[in-house]
Unconditional design. Structure first.
Length: 152
């Protein structure tokens, strides 16, 4: 992966402080479980309603959780210890935001208009979402990294 110096510095710091990830089953399947280990080289908690039959429920690479977003985040926090838990975008981020489980959101703004896709915060329902910041604003080459704190 080719990054500008500014992007590389930010991501090195953030990835170095990441202790576990939370992703949904759709991303897990779409990436074919990243070939067996997530590129960030941390244990990944997968929230699913239907665990795959060909994989163990837990190992050093993946932990499959079926009890809901709160249980998935709690498991990731247990794994991460003092480090940060990162929640992948889309459905997992929406569920965490709705459950009050997000402290911060990160957006990688790239100047490309796709014309379709799923909005990051679609279907929040009655959940109000307010943010402080930006707390971090880093201009890379072809991308702006923006971080906001979630207001309680």
């Amino acid at each position: 992966m080719r990054l500008s110096a500014a992007s590389a510095k930010l991501l090195k710091e953030e990835w170095g402080n990441t202790g576990a990830l939370v992703v949904g089953r759709h991303l897990y399947d779409m990436t074919n479980a990243w070939g067996g280990r997530h590129p960030m080289d941390v244990t990944t908690v997968v929230l699913t309603h239907r665990p795959p039959q060909d994989r163990p429920v837990a190992d050093e690479n993946f932990v499959l959780v079926t009890e809901g977003i709160e249980a998935a985040v709690a498991k990731a926090q247990e794994i991460a210890g003092e480090k940060t838990v990162v929640v992948n975008g889309g459905q997992m981020a929406r569920q965490c935001l709705g459950a009050g489980l997000l402290d911060e959101i990160g957006i990688e703004l790239v100047p490309v208009v796709l014309g379709g896709g799923t909005p990051l915060f679609a279907d929040l329902g009655a959940t109000p979402a307010q943010f402080d910041g930006p707390t971090t604003l880093v201009e890379g080459t072809g991308v702006t990294h923006i971080r906001y704190r979630v207001k309680e």
